[in-house]
Design a protein around this ligand. Structure first.
Ligand SMILES: *Cc1c(COP(=O)(O)O)cnc(C)c1O
Length: 420
């Protein structure tokens, strides 16, 4: 576990968070390198000798240092934009180990992906297949493709992060996939490689994954009957983590269940949250305590622009004090709210804690969809990110300055003779 109390002070590995706050200021994202490595290895090692590639989903946390740590382990990457592809390459990842997901790949993105030679395009519609074919023809290359199917299974997760139901925009219906594969098989610019699905995120039971897999395997048989050979199955990401004491998936059991069903077919997984979620925290400082007859507000220096998940998904993050024992604080049921001018600007609600102004608090399990979903709303510079390994810490993203936030903007320039 990367984060634990030692002498009543919360530590990241062997480094006291209080030392990090002194060195880097508040608010701050802190990542445990050891946790990231161990989480990735847990997936990788669960496969044993079975052919596989663990493609970390970059959108969960795309900091170059995180990508570089994973690239060094031999990780593949699941990317959803040209920006993520360039990050992976800059961090030392291999294009040949990238799968390119996303519903709306542009011509420019497809060209670049073909130029660097991504492992596979996960195709999400008939129109996209045609576009990929046209771009491949224009550059004289063959595009490796998988079709992302929508298995129509209920992942029993938050509606915003459920993707495998017919009402979701992702993938193509199982019934349409056969035609698309035949079309792809007949094109000399497309190279059919895999079959792909991704049913949602923060899934805490194995059953929806295995339901989806069963449906995908039926399609695989139908494809085989038509002479279409699928060499890999990409089962997406979505493995949930423990935010609130929830039962989570045993990775080894999950992978064993997959292997028992798929014969020798190579498996690709795209975990994001499960690699980095618990490997990061967001630390914020209590600026003011404000109590009225109904509510107790702890106004902190972090806000919804820094950590959007509570506002956006009503997500829960455990709140831990950096100093475990605060004997002089005010005991109450606190709402942690930020400085942003929105009622929806909260990080946590109704937490029983003894608090004092000036305290530092950690929002746990903030390593995934934390910094990557942050914005500059209210002209707030994005916070610094720090990585810790054992007793060493390094800044992996500098805190933005206010001046940087409007450097690309210009006031209206009135020409000397403005024409009407
Ligand atoms: C978001 C996403 C993932 C990662 O999901 P996690 O829940 O973070 O594991 C994987 N694949 C695709 C296609 C995605 O959109």
């Amino acid at each position: 576990m990367g984060f634990s109390y030692k002498n009543q002070i919360l530590h990241a590995e062997s480094v006291a968070i209080t030392d990090l706050m002194k060195a880097y200021g508040s608010p701050l994202y802190v990542y445990s390198r050891t946790d990231i490595e161990n989480n990735w290895r847990e997936f990788d090692q669960a496969f044993g000798a079975h052919p596989h590639l663990v493609c970390y989903a970059v959108k969960a946390n795309s900091n170059l240092a995180v990508l570089n740590v994973l690239a060094k382990l031999g990780s593949g990457f699941d990317i959803v934009s040209i920006g993520e592809l360039e990050r992976v390459l800059a961090a030392g990842g291999k294009a040949g180990q990238c799968v390119f997901s996303g519903v709306a790949k542009t011509v420019i993105e497809i060209e670049r992906a073909l130029e660097v030679g991504v492992r596979c395009f996960n195709v999400e519609s008939a129109s996209e297949l045609s576009r990929i074919e046209a771009v491949a023809r224009s550059v004289g290359k063959q595009a490796p493709i998988s079709i992302r199917v929508n298995p129509n299974v209920d992942a029993k997760t938050h509606p915003y992060i459920s993707t495998g139901l017919k009402e979701n925009k992702f993938g193509v219906d199982m019934s349409d996939a056969l035609n698309l594969y035949q079309q792809a098989q007949n094109s000399k610019y497309l190279n059919v490689q895999g079959l792909d699905c991704h049913i949602g995120s923060q899934i805490t039971e194995v059953a929806p994954f295995l339901d989806a897999l069963d449906k995908v395997l039926l399609l695989l048989e139908q494809l085989k009957d038509k002479g279409i050979d699928i060499t890999h199955l990409d089962l997406g990401g979505g493995v949930g983590i423990d935010y609130e004491g929830e039962q989570t998936i045993d990775i080894k059991a999950y992978v064993d269940a997959i292997i028992s069903k798929v014969g020798l077919t190579e498996i690709i997984l795209e975990p994001g949250r499960a690699i980095v979620g618990n490997a990061g925290i967001f630390v914020t400082k209590v600026e003011f305590l404000k109590q009225n007859s109904e509510h107790s507000f702890a106004i902190v220096d972090g806000a919804m622009n820094d950590l959007l998940r509570p506002s956006f998904y009503n997500a829960y993050h455990q709140v831990l004090p950096i100093n475990e024992k605060n004997t002089t604080g005010v005991q109450a049921q606190w709402d942690l709210v930020g400085p942003i001018c929105e009622t929806g600007d909260f990080l946590a609600k109704n937490r029983a804690l003894p608090l004092s102004e000036g305290d530092y608090l950690a929002l746990m399990s903030a390593g995934a969809y934390g910094f990557t979903m942050s914005s500059n709303y209210n002209t707030r510079p994005r916070v610094a990110e720090v990585m810790v390994a054992n007793a060493t810490h390094q800044l992996v993203r500098k805190r933005e300055t206010v001046a940087e936030l409007f450097t690309h903007e210009h006031v209206w320039h009135t020409p000397t003779k403005e024409t009407i």
